[in-house]
Design a protein around this ligand. Structure first.
Ligand SMILES: [Fe+2]
Length: 352
């Protein structure tokens, strides 16, 4: 599932369009979540807090950009994309699926092929796209992208959690996980680093790609107010599984190329979520929420999980915990359900 990007209260998401015998395509869909449906057949939908609403995003859905795959019968594996004020940025890695047999088992990585950045104008009156090419890398998640200037030159910056190849996917099969502790090469499969790519729009060149910080980062999250804009921070979990504290949360300063970490011994953090403070006074003025799963060697004991709330500015455990006597390792949507279910947050856990 790809997380949508939101601009002017419109949602943008990336899908694929098969269209045989034509070449398969990547397609950007737009949904206007503000407009009310005019079609009486569209029933009122319920939002995530079960409040009825007359809005039906599907009634407004339309494809606003289509980009053909580089291969006639293959589509690149996509898990995220980037948007800036004027562009959609679709990153086609050379990990592709053979369309006649549409299954994950038919994914193939071509290390000798480049990774392509398709930079597509969001101006539908003047649709244009350009391709920027860099040596092959694999990724699940983009971090952020934005337009800026380098002297007189217009540039687009794209930050991505990168891996040298697609062996990270192999590390997620059950058999690989069962043997993770005895496989000396398991950590190498997940060895990645966050990188910054600088695309020069004047000459179509990638000026440089550079490591942002020397620590493996995954499930990156930013303050969404800064999506597509120059930004300073992202939050992530650690992908260095052989690290002394592999379950740590990370706050990365992309301007100064530094990072802070937070962890509990023998505990593993899930995807962090940044929530801005009311009347927030800065990009990192808010909290980080994450579900922590405890291992057997931890203080809390095995099969327990906790929602932790950290001060995002200093990555300090400031707000509280919500213990759960069951194993629970969540992504964002599940975490929101959990919080919604437990409306009566146990104040005994709160540090005021
Ligand atoms: Fe994801």
């Amino acid at each position: 599932m790809i997380s949508p990007h939101i601009w002017n209260k419109k949602y943008y998401n990336l899908g694929s369009k098969l269209g045989f015998p034509l070449r398969p395509c990547y397609a950007i869909a737009e949904m206007d979540c503000n407009s009310k449906t005019n079609n009486p057949q569209h029933k009122a939908v319920k939002n995530r807090f079960d409040q009825p609403t007359s809005k039906s995003p599907w009634s407004t859905a339309k494809i606003v950009a289509t980009i053909p795959s580089r291969w006639p019968l293959r589509l690149g594996y996509m898990h995220s994309f980037a948007t800036t004020k004027n562009y959609f940025i679709i990153i086609e890695q050379p990990l592709s699926i053979w369309m006649p047999k549409f299954a994950v088992d038919h994914l193939q990585f071509f290390p000798e092929e480049d990774t392509y950045f398709y930079v597509v104008s969001r101006n539908q009156a003047h649709p244009q796209s350009r391709v920027f090419r860099v040596p092959a890398f694999f990724y699940f998640h983009t971090i952020n992208g934005f337009e800026t200037k380098d002297g007189e030159d217009d540039i687009i910056v794209v930050d991505i959690c990168c891996y040298d190849d697609a062996s990270a996917i192999d590390s997620m099969y059950v058999a690989a996980l069962e043997n993770a502790k005895t496989n000396p090469d398991y950590a190498k499969m997940l060895h990645g680093r966050p990188k910054r790519f600088i695309l020069k729009t004047a000459n179509g060149q990638v000026a440089e790609s550079q490591m942002i910080v020397n620590i493996g980062c995954e499930m990156p999250k930013i303050n969404v107010e800064f999506n597509g804009m120059p930004y300073n921070y992202f939050y992530a979990i650690c992908s260095d599984v052989a690290d002394e504290n592999p379950g740590q949360l990370i706050k990365v300063d992309v301007v100064n190329n530094t990072f802070k970490t937070w962890n509990e011994p023998n505990a593993f953090a899930s995807e962090p979520i940044f929530v801005p403070a009311p009347n927030s006074k800065g990009e990192d003025d808010g909290i980080i929420m994450s579900i922590i799963l405890y291992s057997g060697e931890s203080r809390a004991g095995p099969n327990r999980s906790t929602l932790v709330i950290l001060n995002a500015r200093i990555l300090y455990h400031c707000k509280g915990k919500l213990d759960d006597p069951s194993p629970c390792y969540c992504k964002e949507n599940s975490l929101l359900v959990l919080v919604d279910k437990r409306k009566h947050f146990n104040k005994d856990y709160c540090i005021q």
